[in-house]
Design a binder for this molecule. Structure first.
Ligand code: GLN
Ligand code: ZN
Length: 750
């Protein structure tokens, strides 16, 4: 029996978000390049220290990054599109990440099914630049100095890299050239005295991995010639059909994720090669809960019947969880005791390895079992909400009338109605206000008063601009998920629980820890105020149940579906209250609907069934006269369009500019019958779109969809923009719409 411990990567942002602070200081010219690099180095040193102190034997190193590791590998491999080639060093790096005037950034999208966003490599310009691994080699050299043989470099696997890239030049030529670069890198690592490397290939869990088999075999055959033991790492799902050939690749160790998918059955069915070590990803790196002893023991038992040459580690990089739960003094103790952030996960890995070696794991896990029992006794249970869910009837998921009928009853608007997605600028003043409230420097009433003034200003402004359907502006919300979570029982919040969303952006997902119940109306006061100030309709604005679950840390012992349905019930009550308060339009945002899709298509149906049901439970109680809107953005959904239709929302607003109108085209192609808010300009760019540009985008819309179906709106919420950008942009949007109404001969009835 041989048992070692390892890690597959660590949070990159620093325990106090030092990276974010350093990046922002660097971008605004307050610190030098050296100081920025120093900040990254300090985080790295701190991370290594934590892993070493915990007793990890093989510490994954080289995964630190100034913005995004996938971008780092693009640059190292010489994959730099020509529009960036006149730039050098960090200027080029950050321009690839964020763009600059006239040079658009690389596309950004979600890393597998996580909420981490990476920059999509663009292999469009040939020849490639020469590779340059010097920064990586320097990191590894310094890791070796500190950690000795414990340091194991982490490489992003070439085939995963290619799978995530936009490849526009000949696939085979690129593959051979890049494979040679990887071989070269391994040689250089060998010269540094590295005794093992981790190569991460999460793309192996995708269903199409089989089609890439010959490339994997070619690549790993040539990497094997270097003579460094390769530890091939997979995660986020099981290997599926690819299992039998993947485990035969010429590598020293293979890691599987035992927290998701069905690797355990594959392992038992097909066995595991005697000459390889099995990496056991058993401590969940994607969620914040401590291990559950019973399922853990059962899994390990079965694994040990197949092989006893094991490497125990977290299921993936720990970048998906915050640093340290012991800092969270505000959390209720029984909850905190079953939470586990990065440092705690390290301890779990070490504990499991020790228990396996000593044969007393069950005993060692006893304390955890007790903590779980104490948590169950504490976690809020609400029988009423459970009963309500049990007694759900199919009618509760159906609107009273079909779309065509209810459309006639809903508010009549000018052709191509104009609106926004909900939020208006969150200025430094508003954030200041919230800080003052938190510090007790202003009273709740003073805070409310200030928010009310913002709402009033926002309504006046939208009327001046001439929008048809108004919003209150969401000034009272820090974040669309956190805001609602704070109004619901069953959610807990951390003070320092930040995880990286992309680059310098970090989020603090709330934790679902008990039955979710609405305690009081959540949005009525602001809605009422806004509607009282205008004759135009104001949209009530809610965050959908699926997005609430996908952007939180959900319970692991309760199906996500059930958690979403409980949230949906709370929203259903809110919808009724909004109607009672006079709302004739209610928007339920679901920007995260798509990202919850399982990686394997064969599991899509199951997810989509409950996701759509949850949305319908939240929305279908609305009267036929009430127009239900939903909004989705930054994800393609051509392949789930029938499910989007099943949401049965009267109006769907979408984002277009970052996806080249693809979403619009897919909707049109599918023969989508309901109304579509065709996003007409990119809210993530500070540029002000001209009337012509928007008019052009509108024409794209009518080229594909009947005019009666089209609404006009920006791509997404405006909260990250400044008023100086928002006002002229929206004015241009209204002007372009008026021009369209004239050219189409469609006149306003009001
Ligand atoms: N209503 C939200 C807003 O405007 C929607 C944000 C989103 O799609 N992420 O900010
Ligand atoms: Zn959006």
């Amino acid at each position: 029996m041989s048992i070692v411990t390892a890690t597959l990567g660590y949070p990159r942002i620093g325990a106090n978000r030092e990276l974010k602070k350093a990046l922002e200081a660097y971008w605004s010219g307050k610190i030098s390049t050296e100081e920025l690099l120093q900040a990254e180095k300090q985080i790295e040193q701190y991370n290594w220290q934590q892993q070493q102190d915990a007793g990890i034997e093989k510490i994954g190193v080289g995964d630190s990054s100034l913005y995004d590791p996938v971008l780092d590998w693009s640059v190292r491999l010489g994959i730099v599109p020509s529009r960036f080639r006149s730039l050098t060093g960090l200027e080029r790096y950050f321009t690839m990440a964020r763009g600059q005037e006239g040079i658009p950034a690389l596309e950004m999208t979600k890393w597998f099914d996580s909420n981490y966003h990476y920059l999509v490599p663009e292999i469009s310009d040939y020849p490639l630049l020469p590779p340059d691994f010097s920064d990586f080699l320097a990191k590894i050299a310094s890791a070796k100095e500190k950690l000795g043989q414990k340091a194991v470099p982490i490489l992003l696997g070439l085939l995963t890299f290619l799978r995530l890239s936009r490849v526009e030049v000949g696939q085979d030529k690129i593959f051979d050239e890049l494979a040679a670069r990887y071989v070269d890198l391994l040689r250089q690592l060998k010269d540094l005295g590295v005794s093992e490397v981790q190569i991460h290939e999460p793309a192996l869990v995708l269903e199409e991995a089989n089609q890439w088999r010959q490339y994997y075999e070619r690549l790993y055959d040539s990497l094997a010639t270097v003579g460094i033991p390769v530890h091939l790492v997979t995660y986020f799902d099981d290997l599926g059909d690819a299992y039998p050939w993947v485990v035969q690749l010429p590598v020293a160790a293979i890691s599987l994720d035992f927290t998701r998918g069905n690797n355990l059955d594959l392992l038992c069915r097909y066995g595991f090669p005697k000459d390889k070590q099995l990496g056991v990803g058993i401590v969940d790196a994607r969620n914040v809960w401590t291990v559950q002893p019973q399922p853990l023991l059962a899994t390990l038992n079965r694994i040990q019947q197949v092989t006893s040459n094991l490497c125990i580690h977290p299921s993936a990089s720990l970048q998906f969880v915050p640093y340290d739960v012991t800092r969270e003094k505000q959390l209720p103790e029984p909850l905190r005791q079953v939470l586990s952030f990065a440092v705690q996960k390290l301890a779990e890995v070490v504990l499991i390895a020790r228990g396996l070696k000593e044969g007393n794991l069950e005993e060692l896990l006893k304390a955890k079992e007790d903590k779980w029992q104490a948590f169950y006794a504490f976690s809020p249970v609400n029988e009423q909400v459970q009963k309500r869910l049990e007694s759900l009837t199919p009618e509760q998921l159906e609107r009273q009338l079909p779309y065509e009928k209810r459309k006639e009853l809903q508010p009549q608007l000018p052709p191509f109605p104009t609106t926004t997605i909900g939020s208006f600028p969150q200025t430094p003043e508003i954030r200041q206000l919230r800080l003052k409230l938190k510090r007790g420097q202003i009273s709740e009433e003073e805070y409310q008063q200030a928010i009310h003034e913002e709402i009033a200003k926002c309504i006046r402004l939208q009327e001046e601009i001439g929008l048809d359907v108004l919003v209150h502006g969401e000034f009272e919300r820090t974040d669309m998920v956190e805001f609602f979570a704070q109004k619901l029982a069953g959610f807990a919040f951390t003070e320092y629980g930040w995880v990286q969303s992309y680059g310098s952006r970090c989020v603090r997902p709330p934790i679902i820890y008990g039955d979710v119940v609405r305690l009081e109306p959540m949005t009525i006061r602001e809605f009422k105020l806004a509607q009282s100030l205008t004759k135009k309709p104001v949209k009530g604005m809610l965050t959908g149940p699926v997005t609430m679950v996908n952007w939180s840390f959900p319970r692991i012992d309760i199906p996500r579906a059930q958690q979403a349905m409980q949230i949906a019930l709370a929203l259903r009550d809110e919808v009724a209250d909004l109607e009672a308060a006079g709302a004739c339009m209610i928007q339920i945002d679901e920007p995260a609907l798509r990202e919850g899709l399982p990686l394997k298509k064969s599991r899509w149906e199951e997810y989509l069934r409950w996701a759509v049901d949850a949305f319908r439970l939240a929305s279908a109680g609305a009267r036929p006269e009430t127009q239900i809107h939903t909004h989705m953005c930054y994800s393609q959904f051509g392949d789930i369009i029938e499910h989007i239709e099943r949401l049965d929302a009267d109006v769907l607003s979408i984002e277009n500019s970052r996806s080249n109108n693809e979403t619009l085209l897919q909707i049109a192609k599918a023969g989508y019958k309901k109304q579509v808010g065709n996003g007409v300009y990119d809210v993530h760019s500070p540029a002000i779109p001209s009337v012509d540009q928007i008019f052009h985008q509108l024409q794209e819309g009518i080229a594909h969809l009947p005019p009666q179906q089209i609404w006009v709106n920006p791509d997404c919420g405006l909260k990250t923009r400044r008023w100086e950008e928002v006002i002229p942009s929206l004015k241009n949007m209204v002007a372009a719409t008026r021009r369209l109404r004239e050219t189409e001969g469609l006149q306003c009835s009001n």
